[in-house]
Design a protein around this ligand. Structure first.
Ligand SMILES: Nc1ncnc2c1ncn2[C@@H]1O[C@H](COP(=O)(O)OP(=O)(O)OP(=O)(O)O)[C@@H](O)[C@H]1O
Length: 524
């Protein structure tokens, strides 16, 4: 018998069971913060929903929410969903205008700076009819109507939470755009419920657990997953530049049991602990996501954790999160003969994975099916057609990732198919080379890029060295770790780069298009 997963609404309603429990902690700085109880959050959602309704926001309206404040984000997202309106999450970056032109949002809710950018850069021009400003800001009134979002005392009535239809559109979240223009991913109510159920299986939270969420949108899911959620002050435009103390301070102060972040952010935490001789005795589970977790980082992190704590690398994408998870100790498993790349673990309960268009060695594109898979891109029928298909009574999503399934049902990751390096008579997957090259002493990370036209590309291994590492020593170390790699001879050039360009969401996905331009000599 399959049990329908709890919807966002069931989970919201469940927050009323312990109204005085802290569910969200907003960190305004390394030392200060504000605790929000379940009653305050629900009261705040109701007030926000009332204010949105009064401003003319209606069921089905698409509303961009752009704020760095965790409470504002959570209150707005829950309030919009409870009204049947659709929150749209997108990072402030170069392509926002084009992305919003596709989505055509009628409502824009954001902090003053987001509205300044909206006005200056024409985001949603001709579409946004209701502009609402969150937080206190000088030019607020010039930019739009102010949305009152002070944390209430929690004594007001709780919001009515109607049970929606599973197929109702609940949210749109944009991909990070590492293989082209970001796409707006549709989450139906059933998709969100599926994601929450799959995340329950990964987090395995117990009453009283505390999540430090270093990725802001995830702070909105934490309370629904039954965790008190701490939102530290991350530099959301450049997470890797966050002062590590503003992550480790709240983690230790609030005795986080679960920590969630990208490898770049987890690297900050691990580095800070090593430098200051700190330990993190409260932590039971660390979740890394967004890019491969390297064993070296996992080992550094493990030194700060108590015995028995788990470090998991969680694989997924905006369109399907989470898909699989692997304990860092297993990351070191040797691939079965002929298999290369990085192990992602087994698909989570309820998730199915298969390899499409596999070659003779079993390598092909990873496709996934399950309740957490988004059924469509918003207003992009071409992209939806290319990525989704029906088979065996399920909707399958092509991830754009290359991989394999081994005899034990484990998935292996070989990189994105868009990043395959195709030269004369050979094809190199990025993860095949990089997983090995990243183990070399003095190497921070590597990226394999192709220079030239596909089919005649030159393989260039870009290397970001550790600070202070000597180049000749790094090249020697690379020779040693790639020595017996069957495809290492295909690498035409090793090129040093001081700091790789990365995505703005996680600072963990290497911007390979820019590196390839750099490698071709047209430095950017
Ligand atoms: N644990 C992991 N190990 C390896 N790669 C991962 C892991 N988690 C995520 N990824 C990579 O991140 C991708 C998902 O990223 P995301 O949804 O943020 O945007 P994107 O797919 O990069 O954007 P776009 O589709 O616009 O290029 C996955 O397809 C995979 O390549």
């Amino acid at each position: 018998m399959t049990v329908a997963p709890d919807s966002v609404f069931t989970r919201l309603a469940r927050l009323t069971e312990h109204p005085r429990a802290t569910v969200l902690v907003r960190c305004a700085g390394a030392l200060s913060g504000q605790d929000v109880t379940a009653a305050q959050l629900l009261d705040g959602c109701r007030r926000t929903a009332d204010a949105l309704r009064a401003a003319g926001v209606r069921r089905g309206d698409k509303a961009v929410v752009m704020t760095r404040d965790a409470y504002h984000l959570v209150a707005c997202v829950y309030a919009l969903i409870s009204l049947g309106a659709v929150p749209v999450l997108i990072e402030p970056r170069a392509e926002v205008r084009r992305c919003l032109d596709e989505i055509a949002p009628g409502v824009f809710i954001g902090e003053p700076l987001a509205h300044v950018a909206r006005r200056a850069l024409g985001w949603g021009r001709g579409q946004v009819r209701t502009a609402l400003v969150t937080g206190r800001g000088l030019p607020g009134r010039l930019l739009g109507r102010s949305l009152p979002l002070a944390v209430p005392d929690g004594s007001g009535p709780l919001p009515p939470v109607p049970e929606p239809r599973p197929d109702d559109l609940a949210m749109i979240a944009f991909t990070s755009g590492s293989t082209g223009q970001p796409k707006g991913v549709e989450y139906r109510c059933a998709t969100l419920a599926g994601q929450l159920a799959a995340l329950d299986a990964v987090l395995r939270a117990e009453p009283g657990d505390v999540l430090l969420s270093c990725f802001l949108p995830f702070a909105a899911l934490g309370p629904l997953l039954g965790l008190t959620t701490v939102a530290p002050q991350v530099d959301h435009l450049a997470p890797a530049r966050t002062p590590p103390g503003s992550l480790v301070g709240p983690l230790r102060r609030h005795r986080a049991t679960h920590v969630l972040g990208s490898p770049a952010v987890l690297g900050l935490i691990a580095g800070h602990c090593v430098r200051h001789g700190l330990t993190l005795p409260s932590v039971r589970r660390v979740l890394s996501f967004g890019a491969p977790l390297r064993p070296r980082l996992a080992e550094m992190l493990a030194k700060a954790l108590p015995p028995g704590a788990e470090i998991l690398s969680v694989y997924g994408a905006t369109e399907c999160l989470p898909v699989a998870a692997i304990d860092a100790q297993e990351l070191r498993v040797r691939p079965p003969a002929g298999h290369v790349g990085t192990c992602l673990g087994r698909p989570l309960p309820g998730v199915r994975a298969r390899i499409l268009d596999a070659d003779g060695t079993g390598l092909g594109e990873i496709a996934v099916a399950g309740p957490m898979v988004s059924p469509a891109y918003h207003a992009r029928p071409d992209a939806t057609r290319a990525a989704k298909s029906l088979a065996d009574g399920a909707l399958w999503h092509r991830t754009g990732d290359l991989g394999r399934l081994d005899g034990e049902g484990r998935l292996w990751y070989l990189g994105r198919s868009a990043h395959l390096v195709i030269g004369e008579g050979f094809a190199l997957t990025t993860e095949d080379i990089e997983a090995a090259a990243d183990t070399a002493a003095g190497v921070r990370r590597t990226a394999l890029v192709g220079v030239g036209a596909a089919g005649r590309q030159r393989a260039v291994l870009c290397v970001e060295p550790e600070p202070g590492a000597r180049r000749d020593a790094v090249v020697e170390a690379l020779r040693a770790v790639l020595g017996d790699h069957p495809d290492a001879r295909r690498i035409a050039t090793v090129l040093f780069h001081p700091r790789f360009p990365t995505d703005i969401r996680h600072n963990s996905k290497i911007d390979r298009a820019r590196l390839a331009t750099y490698a071709a000599g047209g430095r950017r």
